[in-house]
Design a protein around this ligand. Structure first.
Ligand code: PLP
Length: 424
C-alpha cells in the first residue's frame, strides 16, 4: 500500500512523539510497516488520511460497539458541549449516568467516574488495599489492566506485543506486591491462597481476556476467584474495561451469572470519550474520600460531555445489538476456521460474543504460556494481507478484534474472503 500521506505524517510524528504514537500498539511495530493515519470514522468503517477506506475491527480498541459516530451519540455530545465543556462540580447528568451503570451491574452498588480504564483499575486496587488493610494483589499473566505501576507486571496488550515482561520505571518494591499466576490455573490460585491468603488484598482479572488475544475462562475459574477471595477476606476485582457492556449489557458478569466485589469499566460506557468507572459493594466503596480514608479524585472526572456520550451509548444497548454481534461473530469465526483449514494453516479461532482472535497456533489458547507459542511472523504477513485488502485488524497477535452492531453480513463475507486470500 503506497499510503504516502501516512508515511509523511509518521515521520513528522516520530520527531515529536515517542515512537510517533500516543499508545504503543498503534505503531504497527509488531506487524511491520507504518500505521495508517485515520482522518475519520463512521459506522464500521475507518478512513485514512489518503482517502482509503477500511472495514474496522479495532473499534477504537473496544468502545465502538454501536459503530463509529453513531448519530444519537454525536447529537448528545454536541448538545452537552453547547452547555459548557467542564464545570468541576456535580451535574444531574452524572447522577443519571451512575444510575444507568448501576442498573446494568447488580454487583455495583456505588461507583465513581474517572477518565480512563487505567484510573479505574488503579483506584479499585487502592480501594481494595484500603478496605482490607493488606498490600498484596494477584493478577494473571497476559492480562492487561492499564499502566499503573503495580499492574505492569507480566501484563498483556502492548507489553505482550513487544515481549516486555515488566515495564521499566516501576520500583522493585511496588512490583513485589503484585503476585502473578497463569490464567485459568485454579490449583495454582488455591495454593497461593493457602500459603499467603492473609496478605492478599485483591485478585484482579479480565474475566474474558482480550489483551493476549481472546482467551475465555475455563469453567469454574472465575467462580474459584470469587470463592477464594470471599473465604480469605480478599476482594475480587473483575476488570471489565473491555468486556463491560460488550459481552452483554452487564458484561461478563451477566454472561456468566457472577458478581464480583469490585468492577472496573471503561471503553463502551464512555461511548468513545475519555470516561471510565469503578464500583462495587457499598461497604467497600464507602472507604472512598470524602466518605472514607482512601483518596481518589479527578479534575475532569464525570466530565459532562463524556458522560453525555456514555449515557447516549448505554441507552442504545438494546438486545438487538447483542443478537447481531453474536450472529456476525459466529459467521466470522466459521469463515476464518474454514479459510485456515482450506489453506492448511495451523490456526485456532477463539471468540466470545463480539471479541475474536485468529491465533496462528495449532492448539487452543488458555493462558499466556500457550498464547506466546503463536506464530507472530505468520500473523504479521496475514495482517499486511488484510490491510492491503481493506481490512483494518488489530496490529498484534495479542489483541482481540471487535465486532460492532454497524458491521453487516457483507462486511463479514468480504473479511472472510480477504482472510482466505491473505492466508494462501
Ligand atoms: N483494563 C483492560 C481490560 C483494558 O483492556 C484496558 C485497555 O485496553 C485498560 C484496563 C486500560 O484502559 P485505558 O487504556 O482506558 O487506560
Amino acid at each position: 500500500m503506497s499510503d504516502t500521506i501516512s508515511q509523511a505524517l509518521f515521520e513528522r510524528a516520530r520527531a515529536v512523539i515517542p515512537g510517533g504514537v500516543n499508545s504503543p500498539v498503534r505503531a504497527f511495530r509488531a506487524v511491520g510497516g507504518n500505521p495508517v493515519f485515520i482522518a475519520r470514522a463512521k459506522g464500521a468503517r475507518v478512513f485514512g488520511e489518503d482517502g482509503s477506506e477500511y472495514v474496522d475491527y479495532v473499534g477504537s480498541w473496544g468502545p465502538a460497539l454501536l459503530g463509529h459516530a453513531h448519530p444519537d451519540v454525536i447529537r448528545a455530545v454536541q448538545e452537552a458541549a453547547e452547555g459548557g465543556l467542564s464545570f468541576g462540580a456535580p451535574t444531574s447528568r452524572e447522577v443519571r449516568f451512575a444510575e444507568a451503570v448501576r442498573a446494568l451491574y447488580p454487583g455495583i452498588e456505588k461507583l465513581r467516574c474517572v477518565s480512563s480504564g487505567t484510573e479505574a483499575t488503579m483506584s479499585a486496587i487502592r480501594v481494595a488495599r484500603g478496605f482490607t488493610r493488606r498490600d498484596v494483589i494477584v493478577k494473571f499473566e497476559g492480562c492487561y489492566h492499564g499502566h499503573a505501576d503495580h499492574l505492569l507486571v507480566k501484563a498483556g496488550s502492548g507489553l505482550a506485543t513487544f515481549g516486555v515482561p515488566d515495564s521499566g520505571g516501576v520500583p522493585e518494591g511496588t512490583a513485589k506486591t503484585t503476585l502473578t499466576l497463569a490464567f485459568n490455573d485454579i490449583p495454582a490460585l488455591e495454593a497461593l491462597f493457602a500459603a499467603r491468603g492473609g496478605e492478599i488484598a485483591a485478585v484482579i482479572v479480565e474475566p474474558v481476556v482480550g489483551n493476549m488475544g481472546c482467551v475465555p475462562p475455563e469453567p469454574g475459574f472465575l467462580e474459584a476467584i470469587i470463592a477464594l477471595c470471599r473465604k480469605h477476606g480478599a476482594l475480587s476485582i473483575f476488570d471489565e474495561v473491555m468486556t463491560g457492556c460488550r459481552l452483554a449489557r452487564g458484561g461478563a458478569q451477566e454472561r456468566y451469572g457472577l458478581r464480583a466485589d469490585l468492577t472496573t469499566l471503561g471503553k463502551i460506557i464512555g461511548g468513545g470519550m475519555p470516561l471510565a468507572a469503578y464500583g462495587g459493594r457499598e461497604d467497600v466503596m464507602n472507604v472512598v474520600a470524602p466518605l472514607g480514608p482512601v483518596y481518589q479524585a479527578g479534575t475532569l472526572s464525570g466530565n459532562p460531555v463524556a458522560v453525555a456520550a456514555g449515557l447516549a451509548t448505554i441507552e442504545r444497548l438494546v438486545p438487538e445489538v447483542y443478537e447481531k454481534v453474536e450472529r456476525l461473530g459466529a459467521a466470522l469465526e466459521a469463515g476464518f476456521k474454514d479459510a485456515a483449514a482450506k489453506a492448511g494453516v495451523p490456526a485456532t479461532v477463539q471468540r466470545v460474543g463480539s471479541m475474536i482472535t485468529l491465533f496462528f497456533n495449532d492448539k487452543p489458547v488458555r493462558s499466556w504460556a500457550e498464547a506466546s507459542q503463536s506464530d507472530t511472523k505468520r500473523f504479521a504477513t496475514w495482517h499486511a494481507g488484510m490491510l492491503s485488502r481493506g481490512i483494518y485488524w488489530p496490529p498484534s497477535q495479542y489483541e482481540a478484534a471487535f465486532l460492532s452492531a454497524a458491521h453487516t453480513d457483507e462486511d463479514i463475507t468480504r473479511t472472510v474472503e480477504a482472510a482466505r486470500a491473505s492466508l494462501s
